[in-house]
Structure formats: C-alpha cells, structure tokens
Design a protein around this ligand. Structure first.
Ligand SMILES: NC(=O)c1ccc[n+]([C@@H]2O[C@H](COP(=O)([O-])OP(=O)(O)OC[C@H]3O[C@@H](n4cnc5c(N)ncnc54)[C@H](OP(=O)(O)O)[C@@H]3O)[C@@H](O)[C@H]2O)c1
Length: 324
C-alpha cells in the first residue's frame, strides 16, 4: 500500500509518530471478545497499516482478551523500529465476556506485564490508565498512577497516558507525574470545546480521540449521513468518514488519530484522511453540525454500555461539561 500519511508528525512518549495511526480493537470478534471473524484479513490489515507507514498502533490486553495482541505479534514481529505500541490497563474480561475492573495497583502492574508478554516486547511506548468512572480523584487514583510510575522507572513503559478522564483527573495526574497522552472519546457528535483537549494542546500532550467515527452505531450513522458532512465530502471527493477524521486533525495539532477497522478498504480510506485538508469555514461548520451532544441514550446504547463499559465511552461523554 502506498504511504498515504501526509498530515504531519507529533511526539508520543519517546517517539515522533504520524498523526494518523491505527486502533486495533476492531480486530477481535463480536463485542471485542474472542477470535476475529476473518483471521487472514486481520493479519492483512495490520501488515497493510505498517506498509502504509503507520507507526502508532493502539491495543489492549483485554481486547479478545489477548487475541488482538497476539494478532499484532504474529503480523508484525519482529517489529519495525519506530513503531509506537500503545496499550491500556484497568479492565479485564471474564470467560463469559463480561468487562470487569482490573485496576488495583498490583492488577495494573500485572496488566502491563501481560501486554508485554502477549506482544512479545520488553517495553511499551506508553500505557494508558483506563479510568472507569468520573469520580473526584482521590488517593486511590494517585496510587494507581504510582503503579505506572514504577513500571516506567523500571523501563517496562516509556510513557504514561490516561484515558476516559475528566479535566480534574488530568490536572491531578499531572501533579503526580508527566503524562504523554490522553485518550478520551471524541468525535463530531461531541461539542468541539473541551477542557481536556485544550489542556493537552496547551501543554503539548498528545490527545488521542477514541471512537473518532462515532459510537454507538447510531452516532456513527448520524455522522455518516449528516448533510454538512456529506456536503463537504461531495465537494472534496472524499468519504464522510474521511471528513470526520480530517475535522479531528484540524481542531488541534496535538490530535493523533487511531481509527479502528477490521478491513483493508476502510483502513486505506482512514489513512488517506490526512490528505483531506479542510478550509477554516468547513471546520467551523462541522463543529456546529452537532451543536448539542447527540441523544443516543436509547435502549440499545444502554444495553451495549452495560456490556462494554470499559471498552466504550458513555454515549454522551464526558463529565467535563459540568465544568464549563
Ligand atoms: N481508551 C479507551 O477506552 C478506548 C475505547 C474504545 C476504543 N479505543 C481505541 O480507539 C480505537 C478507535 O475506536 P473504535 O475502533 O471503537 O471506533 P472508530 O474508529 O470510531 O470506528 C470503528 C467502527 O467504524 C467502522 N469504520 C472504520 N472505518 C470506516 C470507514 N472508513 N467507513 C465506514 N465505517 C468505518 C468500523 O467497522 P469496520 O471494521 O467494518 O471498518 C467500526 O465499526 C479502537 O480501535 C481502540 O484501539 C480506546
């Protein structure tokens, strides 16, 4: 695949990566549980991503569990130099697929070690502490970060990230240690002013939106069919998904993308989003296209949230709105 990554580079822990990367969560089976529907295609997607120049892959031990990390290892090991492998800790799956907290300090440490073992590496570029709620940060949060600081001091991880956090949690984390990336849900269906994103931009911290194409499916469909999105897509001969990704690249220089897909067609489309360069007025109209958070709090979304609490955001993230 041709290298289609044209939208600049940004620091991520001890590396500098292309702003468009790849999120590997979609490679596991239904509900991010069990083996992939198409194992050959999953391996091909990973190899095509790296062939295209992707140097930032997001994963987690609890995708599968272990399934996605093992696919990454099979497809890409020995890993190319410069590849940033980013994971997250804080949850686990039981044998029935339930998502359970796994976030006591010793469990976080075990989670890091499990990631290293299944990926077959000695150091991860960064590990995100995946926060499960919007609670006011307390001593437990500080102790959780302490487990990651110890892992970094011992060389198991090069950098520490946090995920699914409020502005207050970010500020507390920054009092404890350096933070190299923040991974929060963010896409067109969320308002574009966000204190977490702004804080990261001001401090030069990579902001990595998860579910950049929208979640749940109702939100993704709303983006795909929105008239502002489709109008810009038509004018630029681009796909709606590319416009949604290009908007994220346009709103701040520190945004790094990890769109997820299980097929090479969508991969190529997503990687090419970096070459869709939006005009300022297009960015503004896209930012206004979903002025209020999309109401996706229907029965299906609620059901999926219960099942996938640690895998997906609440349908209307994030607790920070109350602080604006
Ligand atoms: N920190 C966290 O808590 C957290 C939570 C969730 C996800 N993540 C990470 O963030 C990454 C991205 O999030 P995500 O995968 O949930 O959501 P996403 O990237 O917003 O969207 C993925 C969905 O969109 C579809 N899709 C992908 N490219 C498309 C295209 N060009 N056109 C139409 N549909 C397309 C995919 O289906 P196909 O497979 O058919 O393409 C899949 O259903 C994940 O892979 C994971 O690494 C982190």
């Amino acid at each position: 695949m041709m290298n289609s990554l044209t939208n600049g580079r940004y620091r991520l822990a001890d590396k500098v990566v292309w702003r468009v990367g790849y999120g590997a969560m979609q490679l596991a089976g239904e509900g991010v549980f069990g083996p992939p529907r198409d194992r050959d295609e999953a391996i091909a997607v990973l190899r095509a991503a790296v062939d295209a120049g992707v140097d930032h892959i997001d994963t987690a031990q609890y995708y599968g569990p272990a399934v996605v990390n093992e696919l990454i290892r099979e497809a890409l090991s020995p890993y190319p130099g410069g590849l940033a492998l980013i994971s997250k800790v804080g949850a686990r799956r039981d044998e029935f697929g339930a998502v359970l907290p796994y976030d006591d300090p010793d469990e976080l440490r075990a989670g890091i070690e499990d990631n290293l073992a299944t990926l077959g590496i000695e150091q991860l570029t960064a590990v995100n502490l995946r926060v499960l709620d919007k609670a006011v940060p307390d001593q437990r949060f500080v102790d959780q970060l302490g487990a990651l600081v110890t892992a970094r001091d011992e060389g198991l991880i090069a950098g520490i990230g946090i995920s699914n956090v409020t502005h207050r949690q970010l500020l507390t984390a920054l009092e404890v240690t350096d933070i190299v990336c923040v991974q929060n849900a963010y896409n067109l269906t969320h308002p574009s002013t966000d204190p977490v994103l702004n804080e990261c931009t001001a401090r030069g911290i990579a902001f990595v939106p998860f579910c950049p194409l929208g979640w749940p499916k109702k939100a993704r469909d709303a983006i795909r069919t929105n008239s502002v999105v489709t109008g810009i897509a038509a004018r630029r001969d681009a796909a709606p998904a590319q416009v949604a990704l290009a908007w994220l690249l346009a709103i701040a220089v520190n945004v790094l993308l990890i769109p997820g897909t299980s097929n090479r067609g969508h991969l190529a489309e997503n990687l090419a989003a970096g070459s869709v360069s939006l005009q300022d007025d297009e960015v503004v109209s896209l930012s206004k296209a979903f002025g209020e958070p999309l109401n996706v709090d229907d029965h299906d979304a609620h059901k999926s949230r219960r099942l996938n609490g640690a895998l997906h955001p609440p349908a209307q993230p994030d607790g920070d709105r109350s602080q604006k």
